[in-house]
Every structure is written in structure tokens, then in C-alpha cells.
Design a protein around this ligand. Sequence first.
Ligand SMILES: Cc1cc2nc3c(=O)[nH]c(=O)nc-3n(C[C@H](O)[C@H](O)[C@H](O)COP(=O)(O)O)c2cc1C
Length: 372
Amino acid sequence: MTSPSLFSPLKVGPYQLSHRVVMAPLTRMRAAHEDNAPHSLNLEYYAQRATKGGLIIAEASPVTQTGRGNPRTPGIYSREQIAGWREITHAVHAKGGIIFLQLWHVGRVSHSSFQPGGALPVAPSAVPISGNFSAMTADGKQVPYETPRALETSEIAGIVDAFRDGARNAREAGFDGVEIHGANGYLLEQFLQSRINQRTDAYGGSIENRARLLLEVTDAVVGVWGADRVAVRLSPYGVANDTGEADPMPLYSHVVRMLSQRGLAYLHFIEPRSSGAGRADVNHQNVPSAMELFRPLWPGVLITAGGFTGEAAEDAVASGKADAIAFGRHFISNPDLPLRLQRKSPLTPYNRATFYGGAEVGYTDYPFEQSA
Ligand SMILES: Cc1cc2nc3c(=O)[nH]c(=O)nc-3n(C[C@H](O)[C@H](O)[C@H](O)COP(=O)(O)O)c2cc1C
């Protein structure tokens, strides 16, 4: 048997991908100002990047108002947001594409200006983000992080319900599946990590307890979609948003093993070398490779992202370390990235200054390669 290539087909859950160049979830902060609903500008952006048989993972979308931490991130908790997303899923399907939605709750990576009644953001424990990070207010100002409020045990079922509702709404909006955001220091990762989660109830302490919320959320979402249309994203060895587990292997081995029993559509990693790519063009040195560490524990489809060139992606797929590669920054600046990688064409460089917020510039105005 010949080894797979970036352009050989791949089955993901019930879907047949025609290539393995996946669009990574990318927060762009360009939803409609008044109700955080996706609108025509976002539709154009996603339609530009849709390809026949190509998988798009749409940007992290809060499942509830308390899960918001940035202005103009599209939500998946209101009628207007569902309607806006429905237009986008139609447009992607019209081009033969497959589109999952990333379900998000930011937890402590929020600010009281987003919270109902100006309350403090919620988190596993009252442990604030420290270090060189600043919170964003609802009107886009950078301010120091507040100390979040620890969720009561009795409130945790409400978090699970919010993800379940988000999953239902995503179905109504016509998505093909959902990816649970368990990465980058947001709420579900906050529960996983011992420095941030200092709880003494069934959701804190042991690795089993810290993994409980992620697994309960996964099971709730699987209850809506069926396992083969549900995915989870993790960032072991990540440092985004003041995370970092002293010894990640036992924790993430447990999480990956538990998830592997569930028959999910895929597992998605952020390679540790690119942790924090949303904020800076970091390339962390002397860090392990998530795909190499965890592939042996994961029998299903494995997608990974982080600093891949076309050549490195080909190598990862051909060697079987990953089944598909998600591209973030290059997909921002190359709407026709799969075609360019296939032709080995030069890539347009991205402009970090236009990653977040704004309108067409740096969003829908990156050029397509002239047809040969
Ligand atoms: C502007 C920007 C926004 C991002 N937003 C998200 C997001 O919403 N959800 C997520 O899981 N990762 C997010 N990431 C991380 C990317 O999905 C990806 O893992 C990272 O950029 C590394 O891949 P790359 O080297 O191909 O860019 C973001 C990264 C960037 C640059």
C-alpha cells in the first residue's frame, strides 16, 4: 500500500474528504457589531476558503454570553446567530465543502464588561491570569485581568447544558459537526490544569476529576450529534493564556485515552511549538511534538496544526504521524491554500495587524492565485 499524501482522500466520521488541508479555527472578531451574529462579510470569507471535499473548522464561537471574552466573536446562542451561520453553512455546502463549528467558553479569559450584570467571569477557581497578558473589554480596550469567580459545584451542570445547547444550535445552523474547544487556556483547559483548577469537589484534584468536565461536555455534545460528528481540540504543553501543566503527560494521556473510547470524528492538536500563535509568531524551541507523543494512544483520525509548511505537512501525513493538517495563519492570507499547496505555488504572507477586528482588509481581500 502506498502511503497517504496531503491530497489523498480521508474519511472523517461519515464524511469523505478529498484532501487533508484543513482550515484551522481562527478567531477574527468580525461578526456583526450589534448581536455578534455572522453576516455577509463572514460568509464571503468562508465561501472563499471552501473547497470540494475540504474541511473547514469555523472559528471558536461562544455557547453562552458568559463564555464571551472578545468583542464581535460570532456566538451560537441566539436566533440571529443561528440564522447568520446557516447562510455560511449553505455557502460552504454549495461549494461541496464540509464545515464544523468550534464550541467555546472562555472562562477566566473574559472581563466583567461581557458578563450579565457586570459580574466577574467564571473559572474553576478564583485564580487570575497573570504574566504578560491583558484582558479585552467589550468595547475593545486592553485592561488587566480580574480575579474570576469559582463556579459552584451546582453551576457546573449549567456549563454542560450550555455546550449541549450550542451543539443543538450548530445542528440547526446546518453545520456538519462540532469541535469542542479544549485548548489554549479556555474554560475546559482551565479545568484540566492543576495550577488553575484548585477545586476540592469532584471536578478538581485528581487527573480523573480535572478531566471530568471535558468528558461530560463531550458526552453531552455526542448526545446531540452522535460521536462520529464530534471532535475535541487539545493543546498539551501549551502556554496560551497563562496555562502550563508541570507534567502534562499523565494528564493528557488520560484525556486522550478516555476520548479514544468514544469513537469521535477526530482529535485535533495544536503543536506545542506554535502555542500562542494567535498572539505572536512564536516558535517554541525544545518542546515535544503532540502528534508524535499521542498518536500511539489515538486509534482514530488525528489532525494537528502549528507551523506547518506544505512540505512538513506532506511528511507528517506520509509518515502517518497525522491524518490531516490544519493551517491557520497561511489560510488567513491564502484563500486558495489547498490549491497552492498542491501546485507548490508561493504563499502570500499574512499581516498580523489585521488578524482581529476590522472589515474586508486582511480578511476577504487576500488574492487568489491567477489561474495558470
Ligand atoms: C488569528 C488567529 C486566531 C485563532 N483563533 C483560534 C480559535 O478560534 N480556536 C482555536 O482553537 N485556535 C485558534 N487559533 C490557533 C490556530 O487554530 C492554529 O492552531 C495556530 O495558528 C497554529 O497553526 P498555524 O501555524 O498554521 O497558524 C488562532 C490563531 C490565529 C493566528
